[in-house]
Write a protein that binds this ligand. Structure first.
Ligand SMILES: Nc1ncnc2c1ncn2[C@@H]1O[C@H](COP(=O)(O)OP(=O)(O)OP(=O)(O)O)[C@@H](O)[C@H]1O
Ligand SMILES: [Mg+2]
Length: 262
């Protein structure tokens, strides 16, 4: 199977990108797929969702992270850290990513730097999936992430402001397509849902009526187990296998797999 690269992006902060990237990645690895996750955010939330603070700070300081790989324009293979789970590896982030826009600015073909860093790992066929967690911005770095991706998944919070920002994301995606015509929008995933609230129904209606946008059938409801799992640096399915969100992320992952295998 050819390596499939999926980027989780949305300029709206707190929409569930890191949580979704982590838990979909973990479920894919449990299904037997070989998965590499890339933390592209200076907040290091994806890194912290599987590694303890000490390990994350160590890799930030030692240079074993995405920032060094990008600024050195190096082969990503040399920056991969195995997780304690089978089939699941990660390229951690660093707070230096706060500087990445500035670093990219003077580089030749700056939109394609990440794509080039990933070329050899993709060619090697070592992974079935590469999942990337984007920061809540729309600039040259997220452009890099999307130029290196086959698919975009947009996690959206079911809230008025969650929907408001989406137009910018769609516009940005249209610009990305001019450079990377192979990328497709896999879908919008609704997260942090409270089904008792009317706004959830309104969000679903709005998304179902947006042309050319697939909405994932499996949405993720608000569940405090998510936060406890993150506090323990564990995927929710490991922290509490019976958690509702663990089941929901498993179902969402199955939907992702069936869509990319279409
Ligand atoms: N299903 C859920 N139930 C409860 N809390 C959740 C759920 N999903 C995410 N959260 C919480 O919401 C917050 C935002 O989630 P997350 O960090 O995944 O979003 P993000 O889009 O990556 O944010 P950022 O834009 O800052 O990178 C986190 O504190 C997380 O613990
Ligand atoms: Mg995040």
């Amino acid at each position: 199977m050819k390596t499939k690269t999926i980027c989780f992006a949305n300029n709206k902060g707190g929409s569930g990108k890191s949580t979704t990237c982590c838990n979909v990645g973990f479920e894919l690895s449990k299904m037997g797929y070989r998965v590499l996750m890339i933390d592209g955010d200076m907040q290091m939330n994806l890194s912290l969702s599987l590694f303890g603070e000490d390990e994350v700070l160590h890799s930030a300081q030692s240079g074993n992270n995405i920032y060094t790989a990008i600024t050195q324009q190096a082969d990503i293979c040399d920056y991969i850290t195995p997780t304690k789970y089978e089939n699941l590896d990660m390229v951690l982030s660093s707070s230096l990513m706060s500087n990445i826009e500035f670093d990219l600015f003077s580089k030749w073909q700056r939109e394609l730097i990440l794509k080039n860093c990933l070329a050899s790992v993709k060619d090697s066929g070592k992974y079935d999936f590469i999942l990337m967690d984007a920061p809540p911005t729309l600039g040259g770095w997220v452009m890099n992430m999307l130029c290196a991706s086959d698919y975009l998944v947009i996690p959206v919070e079911a809230s008025p402001w969650g929907l408001f920002g989406l137009a910018n994301m769609f516009e940005f995606f249209a610009t990305v397509k001019q450079i990377n015509s192979d990328i497709s929008l896999l879908g919008v995933a609704i997260t942090k849902v409270d089904t008792r609230k009317n706004y959830f129904k309104q969000t679903v209606d709005a998304l179902q009526n947006t042309d050319g946008v697939h909405m994932f059938q499996n949405y993720i409801r608000t569940d405090s187990s998510i936060e406890w799992a993150q506090d323990a640096s564990l995927p929710v399915a490991v922290y509490k296998p019976s958690a509702r969100s663990a089941k929901e992320y498993k179902a969402l992952t199955q939907e992702v797999v069936s869509l990319v295998n279409r």
